[in-house]
Design a protein around this ligand. Structure first.
Ligand code: NAD
Ligand code: TYD
Length: 353
């Protein structure tokens, strides 16, 4: 028996795979299309491990996925595969519909076929865990209570709308076909192997390269940050003990404005990699044009997973951001590998020359 991890060469998926293999004996098969966001280097430390198999392929390729499920006697599918960047979804929503909606549908169909044919007790023990985001709930006002699992879906970007659609499909496959599904809706992650198009790794790289730190709008948008390995521990716990058909919100009760995040990050860089003449990285902050439809505030109420499954994060923002910055400072080769020509083209498209 093994786990099938889709999108396992991306940021959160690769962290999940590395953590799993450092704790468990059960093998993992990674299925990843290796889009711009997928990086086999993230998994370099487990290449050659007999418990690890990497397969390049598309979640939307139903016969291919059906074969993989059979061949590896998969007992659970963890679906991390997605297009995940809001700004890219604004420039080109098509790929988001293709992968996040149609791809998830094809994956669900492959899994339904495989699961239906399983014998007991394997059939009852099977799980499909869908990894989703708090962005499906839309945006909060400053005084609104944090998102619970009962909050209405009000997605505002093509990214969040495509994730919301995939969440609905997963839910429907449980209610209609009895597929044993679990869904997690997590807040913003940060940590090692984060592709530098997202706020935190972009700011670290730009700071170190003496480039502007582009803050959208007034910088007062609020995100609820969670260190990536805490997200991974929540997923392991939901896989182990989550109630079938349930969704679990995951977050670290750590709301911060973007300016607060950048301030903290600059202060740690000032300490770990001081600039000449005693100036601060904070001087590189530039306010730039806001993102269209920019959600003002996300906040997760994680009471359900905390009380029902006893999950709690291990890191605070203080400890997590320090670990993250130290990781980027210690991995110049990884950074060199991801800032390719395609990455530079994206930066020019999004921020101008
Ligand atoms: P990512 O963009 O870093 O990685 C996505 C991975 O999926 C890449 O390896 C990519 O190659 C792969 N992929 C894309 N299309 C595919 C396809 N059709 N078939 C197979 N593989 C494909 O994303 P991430 O930040 O690691 O996010 C993983 C999941 O977690 C996503 O579903 C995302 O919506 C969700 N999520 C992310 C965050 C966050 O802060 N990053 C927060 C909550 C939820
Ligand atoms: P991001 O990391 O793209 O995650 P998401 O949009 O999914 O929350 O952005 C986090 C916040 O940082 C969001 O409010 C947008 C803002 N942001 C900037 O201010 N500048 C940037 O260059 C980027 C990429 C994001």
């Amino acid at each position: 028996m093994s786990l099938l991890v889709t999108g396992g060469a991306g940021f959160i998926g690769s962290n999940f795979v590395l953590e799993w293999l450092s704790r468990e004996q059960e093998p993992i098969v990674v299925l990843d299309k290796l889009t711009y966001a997928g990086n086999p280097e993230n998994l370099a430390s487990v290449h050659g491990d007999p418990r690890f198999t990497f397969v390049r392929g598309d979640i939307g390729d139903r016969p291919f996925v059906a074969d993989l499920l059979q061949k590896h006697e998969v007992r659970a599918v963890l679906n991390f595969a997605a297009e995940s960047h809001v700004d890219r979804s604004i420039h080109g929503p098509g790929e988001f519909i293709h992968t996040n909606v149609v791809g998830t549908f094809e994956l669900l169909e492959a899994v339904r076929g495989y699961w239906s044919a399983l014998e007991e007790p394997a059939k009852q023990a099977f799980r499909f865990l869908h990894v989703s985001t708090d962005e499906v709930y839309g945006s909060l006002g400053p005084e609104d209570p944090a998102f619970t699992e009962k909050h209405q879906f009000q997605p505002n970007s093509p990214y969040s709308a495509s994730k919301a659609a995939s969440d609905h499909l997963v839910r429907a496959y449980h209610h209609t076909y009895g597929l044993p599904v679990l869904t997690t809706n997590c807040s913003n992650n940060y940590g090692p192997f984060h592709f530098p198009e997202k706020l935190i790794p972009l700011m670290i790289l730009n700071a170190l390269n003496g480039k502007p730190l582009p803050v959208y709008g007034d910088g007062k948008n609020v995100r609820d940050w969670l260190y990536v390995t805490d997200h991974c521990s929540a997923i392991r716990r939901v896989l182990q003990a989550g109630r079938l058909g349930e969704t679990y919100n995951v977050g670290g009760r750590n709301e911060m404005t973007n300016l607060e995040v950048v301030q903290k990050l600059c202060a740690i860089l000032d300490e770990l990699r001081p600039l000449e003449h005693g100036t601060s990285y904070w001087d590189q902050v530039h306010f730039v044009k806001d993102r269209p439809g920019h959600d003002r505030r996300y906040a997760i109420d994680a009471s359900l997973i905390e009380h029902e499954l006893g999950w709690l994060p291990a890191e605070t923002f203080e400890t997590g951001i320090r670990k993250t910055i130290e990781w980027y400072l210690a991995h110049p080769d990884w950074i060199q590998g991801v800032v390719s020509g395609a990455y530079r083209e994206w930066v020019v498209k999004q921020y101008g020359a």
